[in-house]
Write a protein that binds this ligand. Structure first.
Ligand SMILES: Cc1cc2nc3c(=O)[nH]c(=O)nc-3n(C[C@H](O)[C@H](O)[C@H](O)COP(=O)(O)OP(=O)(O)OC[C@H]3O[C@@H](n4cnc5c(N)ncnc54)[C@H](O)[C@@H]3O)c2cc1C
Length: 377
């Protein structure tokens, strides 16, 4: 097949990984990113076995080893706010690794092949379907054999492929921060604690320090970051250490706040196939999930690997139909599992359930969620 061309909208984990997968298969790829530079937010990321396998399939197993902290590998334990272990780390399901998002971003950029051109400050303002799919950048139009919408949860590309999906709030807010190592307390491994409608989790990120994330019911807080840290201090008062120590060691400028959002319903199609060309959606553009399974980036990496495999030796429309078929069942199942895990979160009932059935309550990392292997094609 002669060299085929793709335009990837968005340089997040999903877009960059897709560019790696496509150039590995001989495509000429242009990545368009609206920000001035390629960057991730300043938080950590947990990748489960499926995400690790997907990076391996992209030829990035060595890069992942280099950016993950050995002490945070392996399962994370689950505790109650008083510190009682609900699931000890050696009994927790699944293997996971933690990395700093910026490290993963840089590793993906380093893995981009020769055939990739990246344009920053390039905001896509429109997308055309059909046999000459195209994106608009202000007054400029770029056509390609394949357009990939990797533009995140509020995707513009998705609305062209499917106007059915809606981004909805889960009624929760998440905070994240990385505390530099010189200010962070000593850790003995990764851990998650849940109770009273709240969640707190932390893991070491090697020389970067310690990553923590917290969740509470409600909407985005209007207070300044310093005011939000005060609230977190109050809400998590009395929780086992190092929860309070980590919040106390965090500077306001290190704090990130995000609403927890997900797509409901999911798009009816993750791709649009014309007769010779088409459009695919990957990552949050296709299936933003709640944070409950910690699988958003993992699924984005799976999408990239699957799309690359499906297009190998097939025409674009055939490859896109196969991609949609392969992703639909898995993504639909995980979206439901993620919502179920979130609905049961919080309150005395949840804590009682976790004490009684800790492994069922901890869907994260279970084989049913992480059991994915790269497709042959
Ligand atoms: C609090 C929180 C914690 C999380 N923790 C985890 C975790 O531990 N593990 C995990 O696997 N997942 C986690 N996730 C989910 C994960 O962050 C996302 O699923 C993942 O980042 C999605 O990647 P993406 O590339 O699809 O989208 P994004 O990361 O949103 O990237 C989209 C890119 O497209 C660009 N863009 C958007 N519109 C345009 C446009 N019109 N033109 C050009 N460029 C555009 C954006 O600037 C951005 O760079 C978490 C999410 C949250 C909110």
């Amino acid at each position: 097949m002669s060299e085929r061309s793709a335009v990837v909208v968005g340089a997040g984990v999903g877009g960059l990984a897709t560019a790696v997968a496509l150039t590995g298969a001989g495509w000429r790829v242009q990545v368009l990113e609206r920000h001035e530079r390629l960057r991730a937010d300043g938080a950590g990321l947990q990748l489960w076995a499926n995400g690790v396998r997907a990076l391996g399939a992209l030829g990035m197993g060595g890069a992942l080893d280099a950016i993950t902290d050995r002490r945070s590998r392996g399962p994370a334990g689950l505790r109650a706010p008083d510190g009682k272990w609900l699931v000890r780390p050696d009994q927790a399901p699944g293997e996971s690794v933690f990395a700093h998002r910026q490290d993963l971003h840089e590793a993906l950029v380093a893995a981009l092949g020769e055939g990739v051109a990246v344009r920053t400050s390039a905001t896509v303002t429109g997308l055309r379907l059909g046999d000459a799919p195209a994106v608009r950048l202000g007054g400029e139009t770029i056509t390609a054999d394949l357009v990939v919408g990797a533009d995140g949860a509020s995707s513009l590309a998705r609305t062209s492929v499917d106007n059915h999906a809606r981004l909805v709030g889960a009624g929760r807010v998440a905070w994240r921060a990385v505390v530099p190592s010189f200010r962070a307390p000593e850790l003995s491994g990764a851990c998650e604690t849940r109770g009273d409608g709240l969640r707190f989790a932390y893991a070491g990120l090697g020389h970067h320090g310690v990553y923590w994330t917290a969740e509470a019911q409600g909407s985005v807080r209007p207070e300044s970051p310093a005011g939000q840290l005060d609230l977190l201090r109050r809400w998590f008062a009395g929780w086992h250490e190092p929860v309070g120590q980590l919040i106390a060691a965090t500077r306001p400028e290190e704090l990130l706040q995000n609403p927890v959002e997900y797509l409901d319903p999911l798009p009816r199609a993750f791709a649009h196939a014309g007769s010779t060309a088409g459009v695919a959606l990957v990552g949050d553009a296709a299936h933003a999930l709640t944070t409950d399974l910690g699988q958003g980036a993992g699924l984005a990496l799976e999408d990239a690997v699957t799309l690359g495999a499906c297009l190998r030796g097939r025409t674009v429309p055939e490859g896109l139909r196969r991609y949609d078929e392969l992703r639909r069942h898995r993504v639909t199942r995980l979206a439901k599992a993620s919502r179920r895990a979130g609905a049961a979160k919080g309150g005395a009932l949840r804590t009682a359930l976790m004490r009684a059935l800790p492994d069922r309550a901890q869907a994260k990392g279970s084989p049913a969620v992480t059991d994915w292997t790269p497709p042959e094609g």
